[in-house]
Design a protein around this ligand. Structure first.
Ligand SMILES: Cc1cc2nc3c(=O)[nH]c(=O)nc-3n(C[C@H](O)[C@H](O)[C@H](O)COP(=O)(O)OP(=O)(O)OC[C@H]3O[C@@H](n4cnc5c(N)ncnc54)[C@H](O)[C@@H]3O)c2cc1C
Length: 332
């Protein structure tokens, strides 16, 4: 462990980053969160009317009860809850600061480079916790027209799309929920799905609803199909029956997310196996880089459904315990 003083750098100020800051503080270790956006940047950008599938007791952090009237809180309630927890414990967040790399140097600490509100900055930290999740990094289709202004990988609200043509690419939870929501708000929805059907892994209380809408021809679904090109007012889709041109006022590629593997590699973290899981010790969550820890959804690799708030809430205390032990051994 480094002799560098100053706060431990936590990359990401989502629920995991907040929980890590609190657990470190409980062990008298100073921490500072850095976020490329702001406190709870990911959840803020979730669909506006999203309701958590987890119940409130499985979403709470730092031992603070999540007192919402419903068992399944809304996005807005969760934003208020996590912010209140961060406030209560005085969690410090440096917003609009994207960490580009954190490299272990000869002192045993980390040289960190970042961009803060358009300016390059460099600083050092005795240890680093990466809690960057994956939601900030949507997968791309890799087709022409993907950067047009009516194409977005973030579905927020159906209200702008009443009586308009919308194409959704994907057949899993995010795509299905968006398709139903848009349909209910009066959009004409076409889904472009690579597989033979809607994924069996879609939430069991949502899938039948969508299948019924497809059967009733209220939502159009093109299966075994993929997007060839996006144009300003249509999408070219390759289907088993040949190329189809689908009118589109808006296009939502909702094909999933993945951790920013390039960032992890810039920090020296090894990415392992088919599922591209960052190398880490199963007990302490320390990566292959001594003093650099990984927490929360970033540990999922490509299987982003594997780790979520519910089953990664213990990461913060495990990392804080490990860091506390390391520091005690250095300063003893
Ligand atoms: C629609 C939807 C529904 C979900 N429902 C549930 C549910 O019911 N129950 C459940 O347990 N989980 C659910 N999840 C998953 C859950 O939201 C995530 O597991 C959780 O947000 C992960 O928290 P985190 O703090 O690890 O990452 P995030 O919340 O993603 O936070 C990561 C933060 O890191 C920041 N960041 C990223 N890269 C950098 C960088 N280089 N420098 C600085 N900052 C950076 C981001 O801006 C972000 O604020 C759902 C996810 C989605 C998308």
């Amino acid at each position: 462990m480094s002799e560098i003083r100053g706060p431990i750098a936590i990359v990401g100020a989502g629920p995991t980053g907040i929980a890590c800051a609190i657990e470190l503080q409980r062990r008298s270790l100073e921490a500072l969160c850095y976020d490329k956006g702001f406190l709870l940047n990911s959840i803020y950008h979730f669909p506006e009317e999203m309701v958590w599938f987890s119940t409130r007791d499985r979403l709470d952090i730092a031992g603070v009860p999540f007192a919402s009237p419903q068992a399944h809180p809304t996005r807005l309630q969760s934003l208020a809850y996590y912010r209140a927890v961060a406030e209560k414990f005085g969690v410090r967040v440096r917003a609009e600061t994207e960490i580009l790399s954190a490299v272990r140097d000869s002192s045993g600490g980390f040289a960190i480079s970042a961009v803060s509100r358009g300016k390059s900055v460099a600083f050092r930290a005795p240890a680093v916790v990466i809690a960057t999740g994956f939601f900030h990094n949507p997968k791309r289709l890799g087709v022409r027209g993907e950067s047009l202004p009516h194409v977005t990988s973030r579905y927020v609200s159906a209200f702008p799309y009443h009586d308009r043509d919308v194409v959704i690419v994907g057949g899993r939870n995010s795509a299905v929920e968006a398709a139903l929501d848009l349909f209910r708000h009066g959009a004409r929805v076409t889904m472009v799905v690579r597989g033979e059907s809607i994924s069996e892994r879609v939430k069991y209380w949502i899938r039948p609803n969508l299948m019924n809408r497809i059967q009733a021809r209220e939502i159009r679904a093109l299966f075994r199909s993929h997007v060839r090109e996006i144009r300003p007012s249509e999408v070219l889709v390759e289907t088993p029956d040949g190329e189809v041109r689908v009118p589109a006022d808006a296009v939502f590629p909702l094909i999933g997310f993945e951790p920013d593997f390039a960032f992890l590699e810039r920090c020296g973290v090894r990415i392992e196996g088919d599922q591209r899981v960052p190398a880490h010790d199963a007990g302490t969550l320390e990566s292959n880089v001594p003093g650099l820890y990984l927490a929360g959804a970033v540990l999922s690799g490509t299987e982003t459904g594997r780790l979520f708030i519910e089953n990664s809430r213990d990461h913060a205390s495990r990392i804080a315990d490990a860091l506390h032990r390391r520091l005690l051994s250095v300063h003893a």
